[in-house]
Design a protein around this ligand. Sequence first.
Ligand SMILES: NC(=O)c1ccc[n+]([C@@H]2O[C@H](COP(=O)([O-])OP(=O)(O)OC[C@H]3O[C@@H](n4cnc5c(N)ncnc54)[C@H](OP(=O)(O)O)[C@@H]3O)[C@@H](O)[C@H]2O)c1
Length: 282
Amino acid sequence: MQHKNIIITGATDGIGLAAAKSIASKGYHVGLVGRNPNKGKKAIDEIIEHSGNKNLDFFEYDLSLVKNVKTLADQIKQKYNKIDVLLNNAGGANKNKNITSEGLEKTFATNQMNYFVLTTELLNIISESNDGRIVNVASNAHIGAEVDYANINCEKSFSAWTSYCVSKLMNIMFTYRLASMQDKVSVNVLHPGFVDTNIAGNEGNLIKYIVKFGAKMFARTVDDGADSSIYLSTSDEVKGVSGKYFFKCKEIRSSRASYDKEDWQKVWDLCENYKDEILSIK
Ligand SMILES: NC(=O)c1ccc[n+]([C@@H]2O[C@H](COP(=O)([O-])OP(=O)(O)OC[C@H]3O[C@@H](n4cnc5c(N)ncnc54)[C@H](OP(=O)(O)O)[C@@H]3O)[C@@H](O)[C@H]2O)c1
């Protein structure tokens, strides 16, 4: 295989770690991003044990802050001369309303702003690859969600589940919008299924129970849950495929709302404005 570099966010646990192990086994140089250095070290050890591949870097960043994501992108650009794949996977759900120091609701900041900022900052270097790919991990939890532009940071009300579902809808609309303006880099999005991970931490919240219940019902292991992430990041079968939503390595339809092109643009503008505004503050 020609030498390839991949960045995987949220690679210290769950679906991201399972994807990192498998992709390292295929010989990729893997840049893992996580916020916890102990989990980062453990992940590196596990990946080496699993794959024998030592071409690994760990980047310690809390991705709920736009400025951190920008600094991460700058560090990645200094370290690598090209990125072949960006797998935006880090995400979660917060039980309580939590506004970051930059003024954004934390689930929106981590799940959507982080994807937007890292992707737009790395797009040029991904374009250097002759098979550049961006893969966004979303969720079927987006079905039924609608973006309330007056409540992005929970100005009117807060629901942990709604914030999560809306952020995942935004992941899909962002993917479709980016794919529609790109022909050099392919951009796809996926649902991993219900997977028994640590997604809601130990907060004992509704999302945790929904995930646990769903995982029991549908019984996807973490390795199964990583299938589309690995497939879209590495398979020749999807070379050049772009702007599609996948589950179990097959293209599926996302919700009707997700195909609204006016909303794609609104979500794009919203994220771009927040990014510009936050990065302009010294
Ligand atoms: N599990 C499911 O059933 C399911 C279903 C649909 C979609 N998804 C999506 O799959 C993706 C992965 O979730 P998962 O289930 O694998 O959850 P997970 O086991 O909790 O893993 C999430 C990863 O993201 C990292 N992360 C979370 N917040 C971060 C932050 N602010 N800064 C840096 N890293 C952060 C976590 O780091 P720590 O280890 O430090 O927490 C961890 O490495 C998410 O996008 C999620 O929405 C999951």
